[in-house]
Write a protein that binds this ligand. Sequence first.
Ligand code: ZN
Ligand code: MN
Length: 254
Amino acid sequence: MSTIWMNQLSWVDYEARMQRDPPAVLLPVGALEQHGPHLPLGTDGLLSAAVAADAAARIGALVAPTLSYGYKSQPKCGGGQHFCGTTSVDAATLIGSVRDAVREFARHGATRLVIVNGHYENQWFLTEGIDLGLRDLGPSAKLQVMRLEYWDFLTESTLASVFPDGFPGYALEHAAVIETSLMLHYHPSLVRVDLIPDEPPADFPPYDVYPTRKHWVPLSGVLSSARGSTVEKGAAMAAELSVRIAAAITHEFG
Ligand code: ZN
Ligand code: MN
């Protein structure tokens, strides 16, 4: 049984792998969130799972099923909660899911859990779930947890070639060149290149207001242009992500 996908293993095969020499377990996390007219609602989880799978294949790790619902979309990095289709969970729900995952994988004998995040808004709630999960397990637990946002593994030189006119920053990179190019690489049949909107980048003030101001957000939901997305850029970024994430896991966990 050489699959990287945990949910394709029987419990018997899974237990044998965990007892022999427990592989690192990668847990992708995403969101169900509008990504403009040209990308699917599940983009964040599809990308974190694809990146996790590539990295796992390099180091003999397993990939657990994606946590597919994320924390509430924010106007300045995901467009906000007012779009039809965006389906989010309260912070307590996400924290609880991660806390439960930490406890369950520890019970299976996992010693290395890697949470691969694909949705900007999730970060601190993943951290809280990890912290509470490890606190539940106590100081004698053997489980170590790594949390990462996959985009942080792109190098300056790659960003310079992907954005010849300057990188707009990760927050505005919602449904834009990075995600669209990676989707063209991993899931080309899910990308509607013909529907990529042609709008200027969103221009947000340096504060938030609640209830959120829908008129701050472009009608398409895209925060900076996805024009300039190519499958070649996606392939180059995917290669860099898999190599560098695998190297980080090996560096920290052996
Ligand atoms: Zn996204
Ligand atoms: Mn997102």
